[in-house]
Design a protein around this ligand. Structure first.
Ligand SMILES: [Zn+2]
Length: 186
């Protein structure tokens, strides 16, 4: 079989290696805006500082969309929407790889506390309320505890990460071990 059309998507292990090498996958003690504690934090802009790794990640995610016939058939007449400013580098990279026509991002006002997947859900609602259909959702990393679809639109991801979230400081292993905590945002 000819190599035509065969495009490899790096394995989750290879993606994790990139995220570790660039410092985007951080280990320690993190407190999220919703009050939950974890031992890991994905600071994705750190991986997107480097053109080469940004390109590998964005192209890989774009391939997840391209192999979906329903999505591929709509290209390039689609818009890429980031649910937050932190996702803008990802959205730009994916837009470039898909030759998508437009790019948007949602801004958060009022400091509402929310989970990343809720930010995506809110963005989906916003876009639909404006009369546009959602044909795909994607993330570099999806927590396995997060939904794998939003209203029937599956979330494509390069890594499925089984993160342990502690509901409170009382339940947190890192708190008990006196590991200095860092407050982070989604
Ligand atoms: Zn803690």
């Amino acid at each position: 079989m000819a190599a035509q059309g065969v495009q490899l998507i790096p394995s989750p292990e290879e993606i994790m290696q990139i995220l570790k090498r660039t410092g985007a996958f951080r280990e320690g003690h993190f407190v999220y805006p919703n009050g939950k504690h974890t031992a890991h934090y994905f600071q994705m802009p750190l991986a997107f500082r480097y053109y080469d790794t940004a390109r590998v990640l964005a192209v890989a995610l774009s391939r997840k969309f391209r192999v979906d016939r329903d999505i591929a058939s709509q290209l390039p007449k689609v818009s890429i929407i980031s649910p937050s400013s932190g996702g803008i580098p990802v959205a730009f990279g994916v837009r470039d790889a898909l030759s998508a026509q437009q790019i948007y991002w949602a801004e958060q006002e009022g400091g509402k506390r929310m989970f990343r997947q809720y930010a995506i859900e809110e963005t989906v609602e916003l876009v639909r309320s404006l009369g546009a259909p959602i044909i795909g959702c994607g993330a570099i990393v999806r927590f396995t505890s997060a939904p794998d679809n939003i209203d029937g639109v599956s979330i494509k991801s390069l890594v499925e990460f089984d993160e342990k979230f502690y509901e409170s400081a009382e339940a947190c292993v890192e708190c008990k071990a006196d590991v200095p905590e860092e407050h982070v945002r989604f």
